[in-house]
Design a protein around this ligand. Structure first.
Ligand code: SF4
Ligand code: SF4
Length: 211
């Protein structure tokens, strides 16, 4: 049975957030290099800061701010709470993973001289500057390799990173994402809405195929 293996692939890294706000402005289009459909990649990258949101994130932010999710959630299609879309006569399944909306200047919609939803900020924001590259190993295992963005000014400051804690956070993100998507996929397969030869595409940042 395939496993999910989470591993921090770095040694002896220190980190302390300097609250520079840079990660609330950056766009990370290169993380979406496998985003499908490709014809919508440019539009999506221009509109979004590409911060992935789990359902739990969306519910917490909505509860805390009183905002309807459509005000802050961005997807390739109109946001309807469903992460699975089917196209091309049921042969193309697109995992339409929700991310945070940006303002016109590319800052996150919740950035006003700092994060205005800090206590409920998404798990992707809590993980930054650490990032996950996902691979499928030859034995079918899913490998979640954690590295970091060296341009973050907090890298090299403060205390050594607790790798176990980081690995637990990444596992939590993975589990939340799986529980958001898998039931929707299973329902569509069971109802015949997805054809047997359908290809699955995804919009998740960090996806890499094993060479
Ligand atoms: S995580 Fe890094 S880039 Fe983001 S606010 Fe902290 S120091 Fe700045
Ligand atoms: S939710 Fe907060 S921490 Fe995350 S990008 Fe927006 S302003 Fe920054």
């Amino acid at each position: 049975m395939p496993r999910v293996v989470v591993k921090a692939v770095f040694e002896n890294v220190k980190f302390k957030c300097q609250r520079c706000g840079s990660c609330c402005h950056h766009k990370r289009p290169l993380d979406f290099e496998e985003l499908i459909p490709m014809e919508r990649l440019k539009e999506f990258c221009e509109r979004s800061n590409l911060i992935y949101l789990t359902k739990k994130d969306i519910n917490s932010i909505s509860k805390r701010t009183g905002k309807d999710p459509v005000k802050f959630v961005d997807t390739l299609y109109d946001y309807d709470g469903c992460s699975v879309k089917v196209e091309d006569n049921a042969r193309k399944v697109i995992l339409d993973l929700p991310v945070m909306k940006s303002k016109a200047d590319t800052t996150c919609v919740f950035y006003e001289n700092g994060c205005t939803i800090y206590s409920v900020r998404p798990i992707a924001c809590r993980l930054f500057p650490f990032r996950v590259e996902e691979e499928t190993a030859s034995n079918g295992d899913t490998l979640l390799n954690i590295s970091y963005n060296p341009t973050c000014p907090g890298i090299g400051k403060g205390e050594p990173v607790d790798r176990n804690k980081l690995e637990r956070q990444v596992s939590e993100l993975f589990m939340q994402r799986a529980s958001d998507i898998n039931p929707q996929l299973q329902r569509m397969i069971a109802s015949g809405a997805i054809s047997a030869n359908a290809k699955v595409y995804r919009t998740l940042p960090g996806k890499r195929e094993k060479k």
